[in-house]
Design a protein. Sequence first.
Length: 234
Amino acid sequence: MKILFISDIHANIRCLEAVLKAERDADLIYCAGDLVDVGLHAREVVDCIRDRGIPCVRGNHDEKIVRYFRQGKASLTHPESFSELNAAQLDDDHIVYLENLPESIRFAHDGIDYFMIHRYQGYELIPSLYAFDAFRGDTAAEVPEAARAVVLGHTHHPALCYLDRDSFWMNPGSVGYNRPDDPSSATRYMTVVDGKVNFHSLMHPHSLERKQLGARFLELYPPRPTGESEGEKK
C-alpha cells in the first residue's frame, strides 16, 4: 500500500496539483492541516481536499481564516494580507468545513498505528519516548503488535525521528512553501510504501519561496496610497 502524506498547503493549489499528479498512484492520502492562508487560491484548495474526501486535521491557519471570516476581516477588492484575501474567497460552506475539521485523527495501515495532528507544542519537536506516549495518550502495551507513529505538520521541515525501534514521529514538510532557512523552494511531502517512509522534494514551475509569494501578493494587490480610505478606493 502507498500512502501519501501532505501538509501546510496554504492555499497554493498549483503546488497541490503538482503533488497529486506526481503521486497519482497513491492508495490513500492524508493531510496534516493548514489548507489555507499565505497563498492565493483558498477556495480551490478547500474544494480539492473536501471533494476528494482526503482526511485532514485542522491547522492554526485554518482557524485563523475562520476567525477572519467570522469577524468580517475579508476583502477581495483590496486585501492587505493573504488572510483577508483568503477569508473573502471562501463562503459559509467552506468555513463550516474548516471549522469541523478534527483536531486529530487516528488510523492504522500496514502494521502502523498513526496519530495525526497539526502540531506538537508550537514549533517544538517531540523530545522523548515519554513525551511521545503522553502526546498520543497511550502506551506501547495498548498496541503491542503495531509500530506507532505521530504525523505532524506546522514546522514546514521534513523530519523522521525514531524514539525507539517501533515508535517514531514524522513531518512531511510543506506543500505550499518552505521557510526562509530551507535552501530549496521544492515542494515537500512524504509517502509510506508498505510501511517504509520516503522523503520527496518536487521541483516544478509553481514551487515558490515565502519571499516570492509575498512579492506576488504585492504585485497583485499593491498597497493603497497613504491616506486613501477604503471608501475612496472604491
